[in-house]
Design a protein around this ligand. Structure first.
Ligand code: SDX
Length: 426
């Protein structure tokens, strides 16, 4: 991939560094030899300018609001594909033909049974437990029941199995946790159902309106992968130590939980409800978001990569209108969200900082219309992101370039000093 070279002039020396180019023209300074040849390391808080890996799974162009899974535009996949087909595409790199899609669906159905002990574990959590904490715990607990998948050197068919098993089980865990929190009996998966239809049937006890299942397919497709975001980078970092897939994915769930990341979809609805309770005037909240002395942020706005519209937000906003019309729901929160967006996009503070609605801004309104409880919104994000995490974990394990992740630091603490006996301390 090397296209060119860069020169670093430092301390009287000139160091040549290769410049690598990706298939979409992205350029990177290869600093693998930087410390060894110059004694320098780079400091990049939040890895804002640092690529942690090469990857062939997802391409983002933040300036132009482009998102593609394995080269396919997100707009086409959301309109024409299904979540299970997109999961296959992310993991295996190509859209499945009839036989391969049948194979994948049968693989998913092979692993629909959940160990009774794991069901009991879910049922023993307090009803008030946050579903993300339950999901992360039960995912980790799978390591106690499936020792065959703890082997750092899994064979390809075992990788296929553990990917299908994790997708089948996380769907169960999410629905089981909801039913247990409502004091209801658990509903097992039904192989004859399509994945999203079955998840909703396991949640509510009956098959949903096909339009509702379609809306969920679109939402999960839009969340399925997003290159090296915080939670995916966590999955890769944990996986790079050859910890098992359950540990890696459970770590991804924990990273996603944060309100600056996947937890934002819950925070958006709570913010919209706060605005509604305050009389619906959002101008006051725009001022709060701009006030440096106020730690209020416009949740669902802004993005590390997108400095233009998040293409997913555009699709979700359209899906919002469609599903609320279909279900004949008038949700005042949608009107508040649209008003907030219109106001913010006119405000120099947001325009100068290129803060646009992101994937989380409208998604909660659809989840609410599907009767998903607010504290489960981030679990829905995790259900969608799961195939992306698994695809990235698989790609990391297959890459000869992968090394255990171990960043450097710049030490700013005390220089060397001698121990002070207690009677000499102030
Ligand atoms: C996701 O990375 C991914 O791909 C993530 C994701 C995925 O699919 O995996 O897309 C999913 O996590 C989407 C983001 C969800 N989070 C939120 O909606 C929370 C609200 N957004 C922000 O906290 C923030 O925009 C982040 C965390 C998303 C991005 O933060 P950055 O890139 O570190 O930017 P920053 O915090 O340094 O902000 C730059 C400036 C600052 O102002 P100045 O210091 O320059 O004056 O913009 C301001 C910030 O104060 N700013 C906001 C703001 N977001 C940024 N001000 C008010 N409201 C906001 N939402």
């Amino acid at each position: 991939m090397t296209k060119n070279k860069a020169e670093l002039h430092y301390d009287g020396k000139t160091l040549e560094l290769p410049v690598l180019e990706g298939t979409e023209g992205e350029l990177a300074l290869d600093i693998n030899k930087l410390r060894q040849e110059s004694g320098l390391v780079t400091l990049d808080h939040g890895f804002m300018n640092t690529a942690s890996c090469t990857s062939a799974i997802t391409f983002l162009d933040g300036e132009n609001g482009i998102l593609r899974y394995r080269g396919y535009p997100i707009e086409e996949l959301a309109e024409k594909s299904t979540f299970v087909e997109v999961a296959y595409l992310l993991v295996y790199g190509e859209l499945p033909n009839v036989e391969r899609l049948k194979w994948f669906k049968e693989k998913l159905n092979t692993f629909t049974a959940t160990k009774p002990e794991l069901k009991q574990l879910i049922q023993h959590f307090p009803k008030s437990a946050h579903p993300m904490g339950v999901l992360a715990s039960v995912l980790s607990a799978m390591s106690a029941y499936y020792p065959e998948y703890l082997d750092p050197e899994l064979k390809p068919d075992q990788v296929d199995n553990v990917i299908a098993q994790t997708m089948a089980q996380v769907k169960n865990f999410a629905a089981y946790n909801y039913r247990a929190s409502q004091g209801q009996s658990l509903i097992d998966a039904k192989a004859s159902n399509e994945y999203c239809t079955d998840f909703l049937a396991q949640m509510y006890g009956s098959n949903p309106d096909p339009e509702v299942a379609k809306a969920l397919n679109i939402l999960l497709i839009l969340h399925a992968d997003h290159e090296q975001n915080c939670s995916t980078s966590t999955v890769r970092l944990v996986g790079s130590s050859q910890a098992n897939v359950y540990a890696a994915i459970s770590s991804g769930v924990n990273a996603l939980w944060g309100p600056l990341h996947g937890g934002a979809n819950q925070a958006v609805i709570e913010m919209l409800q706060e605005i509604q309770a305050d009389g619906g005037g959002y101008k006051k909240f725009i001022l709060k978001a701009k006030d440096k002395n106020d730690n209020f942020r416009l949740m669902g706005f802004g993005h590390r990569v997108y400095k233009n519209f998040d293409p997913r937000a555009k699709i979700i906003k359209q899906a919002c209108d469609a599903i609320l019309t279909k279900l004949k729901i008038q949700d005042p929160l949608l009107d508040i969200a649209k008003g907030l967006e219109e106001e913010a996009l006119k405000d120099p503070y947001f325009v100068e900082r290129k803060l646009y609605p992101n994937v989380d801004f409208y998604s909660g309104i659809i989840y609410k219309a599907l009767n998903i409880p607010t504290n489960m919104f981030t679990v829905m994000f995790a259900l969608g992101r799961l195939p992306g995490w698994l695809a990235q974990w698989k790609e990391m394990n297959e890459s000869p370039a992968t090394k255990i992740g171990r960043p450097r630091q710049i030490y700013t603490g005390s220089t060397v000093r001698s121990y002070v006996p207690m009677d000499k301390r102030s």
